[in-house]
Design a protein around this ligand. Structure first.
Ligand SMILES: NC(=O)c1ccc[n+]([C@@H]2O[C@H](COP(=O)([O-])OP(=O)(O)OC[C@H]3O[C@@H](n4cnc5c(N)ncnc54)[C@H](O)[C@@H]3O)[C@@H](O)[C@H]2O)c1
Length: 319
């Protein structure tokens, strides 16, 4: 399986959570890496943040100081999109909007060479739609990393309708050379993981909405009996309720409102009230300083009392 040569520069566009992680992966693998973000100064901040993470790897003895210094020297924030002209791969990790991604790739195509691989890290948009308007759509592919990208091994390598097989193979081989465990898949809504994960969240929320059990209890069951690292409620608090809900919407719409993917009303209310999870301090759980984490209900049911003594009259209940 062919991988990009390590001397080939890789660009990451959009240097938020995912962009930084993906850039770190390519950098540690040995590529020169260019960072570009639409917000001035953000690529520089991202380079500093990646540098700090490399320092921590050195402190933990997972990277030598010499490799850290060499990696830092290979990492360049770019002031203009045109600074990415010599890159062999551009991975896009900007916000999850079709029009924004399409416009970006339209601009990139005018800058990079025709054999530069163009990749999107979209979680839920159609790879075919993002790359559909490109002049050379065959070199467009989905490279879907998971958060945190430096730690999680899976990368979905998504072939859109027009993706050339050898371009997908190059993307796959490169992800593998970066130490990841890529999986090739076609461009169906949610790809593999985000599609299968929808019912995981939806059924947990449905149990709560039906007053079957509270979030702490459902999470404890999923963790301790189901073997999941996190339950659906704590995981969506980590992801962000807004982000998780928008992926659900996208998959639901893409499947023509198939009831299996119906969004949750309870989650809608969380998002509307700004309870987005850890990032806003509250979600399903209260993450504010000093807040107590609710315990799962593991006690058995109490037997009903034999009788109840009411003290006083029935009040407004009488008519
Ligand atoms: N956060 C996750 O857990 C996760 C996981 C997998 C995939 N993704 C996908 O990765 C992408 C990025 O997500 P994120 O969580 O890193 O977002 P983020 O908000 O942390 O970062 C996005 C960055 O893109 C920049 N940006 C926006 N428009 C731009 C443009 N036109 N050109 C250049 N830069 C631009 C923003 O300034 C910001 O720095 C999305 O498509 C998302 O669906 C996210």
């Amino acid at each position: 399986m062919t991988a990009l040569d390590l001397s080939s520069p890789v660009a990451v566009v959009g240097t938020g959570t995912m962009g930084q992680g993906i850039a770190q992966v390519a950098l540690v693998a040995g590529h020169p890496v260019r960072l570009y973000d639409a917000v001035p100064g953000r690529a520089r901040e991202a380079a500093d943040a990646i540098g700090a993470r490399l320092d921590r790897l050195v402190a933990k003895e997972r990277l030598t100081a010499a490799d850290r210094d060499a990696a830092r020297a290979r990492l360049l924030p770019a002031g203009e999109l045109s600074d990415l002209a010599d890159c062999a791969l551009v991975v896009e990790a900007v916000l999850e909007r079709l029009d924004v991604k399409q416009e970006l790739f339209g601009a990139l195509e005018k800058i990079v060479s025709d054999d530069c691989l163009l990749a999107t890290n979209t979680s839920s948009l159609s790879v075919t739609a993002i790359g559909g308007a490109l002049r050379v759509p065959g070199r467009f592919v989905g490279l879907h990393f998971f958060n945190p990208a430096p730690l999680l091994p899976l990368v979905e390598v998504v072939s859109g309708f027009a993706t050339d097989a050898d371009c997908a193979a190059r993307a796959y081989g490169t992800a593998r050379a970066w130490g990841k465990s890529p999986v090739a898949c076609a461009d169906t809504p949610g790809f593999i993981v985000n599609r299968i994960a929808r019912p995981f969240y939806a059924e947990a929320f449905a149990v709560y909405e039906a007053r079957g059990a509270d979030p702490a209890t459902v999470d404890a069951v999923l963790r301790e009996s189901g073997g999941f690292r996190m339950g659906a409620f704590e995981l969506t608090d980590l992801i962000g309720q807004d982000v998780n809900e928008s992926v659900t919407h996208s998959v639901w719409q893409s499947f023509f409102h198939d009831v299996r993917f119906t969004p949750s009303l309870a989650q809608r209310r969380l998002v509307e009230s700004g309870r987005l999870g850890r990032k806003s301090g509250r979600g399903w759980y209260d993450h504010r300083d000093g807040a107590e984490r609710p315990a799962p209900h593991t006690a058995g049911p109490e037997p009903a009392p034999a009788y109840v003594v009411a003290d006083g009259g029935p009040g407004p209940a009488s008519d």
